[in-house]
Write a protein of this length. Structure first.
Length: 176
């Protein structure tokens, strides 16, 4: 496990690795604006965690995009369950906790855990309000809530919005 799975906000410059929210915060920091401290769990972490339990997000996404509506709903539901029930990689969780702890925040600090999916906050699609956000998260619960964000990527509303907003049916996935 390397710390490339978790980046400080100021290092979040690659949209394909951290998504729109995180790159926006990095730009604000670079311009000298005050931004609450935090870190970003990368798409590499997401894919590594899922591969560790035998799940291939790209393959499943492409299958869901091409599937008829009823089959798509079944695929998405099955995948949400698989992600929710998978065990969060212990070493990855330790890195996340370690990086948050390095920020020298007061004991008992609560965190906002939000998705920064690579398809949101784009010029033509926002995905506003579709992904999981949780405020007031204790350090002990952060990894569980990160996993909840990952589950929300596979919500039926997300898929429907993606398809209505011009998502390619042949499978250009938005998760990477």
């Amino acid at each position: 496990m390397t710390s490339s799975f978790v980046l400080p906000l100021e290092a979040c410059t690659d949209l394909s690795l951290v998504g729109g929210k995180a790159t926006g915060l990095a730009r604000l920091l670079a311009q000298g604006f005050h931004v609450p401290c935090g870190v970003c769990v990368t798409t590499d972490a997401y894919h590594d965690a899922l591969r560790a339990v035998g799940l291939d997000a790209r393959e499943i996404w492409c299958s869901a995009v091409r599937a008829p509506s009823a089959e798509r709903h079944r695929i998405l539901a099955q995948y949400r369950i698989a992600v929710r029930e998978s065990r969060f990689p212990e070493q990855m969780g330790a890195v996340i906790i370690q990086e948050l702890s390095r920020l020298n925040q007061p004991s008992g600090q609560r965190w906002a855990v939000r998705s920064s999916a690579t398809n949101e906050d784009a010029a033509v699609k926002s995905f506003a309000g579709l992904y999981h956000t949780e405020l007031g998260v204790s350090l002990e619960r952060v990894t569980r809530v990160v996993q909840d964000c990952w589950v929300s990527l596979w919500d039926e509303q997300v898929m429907e919005y993606h398809l209505r907003a011009g998502g390619e049916r042949r499978g250009r996935p938005w998760l990477w």
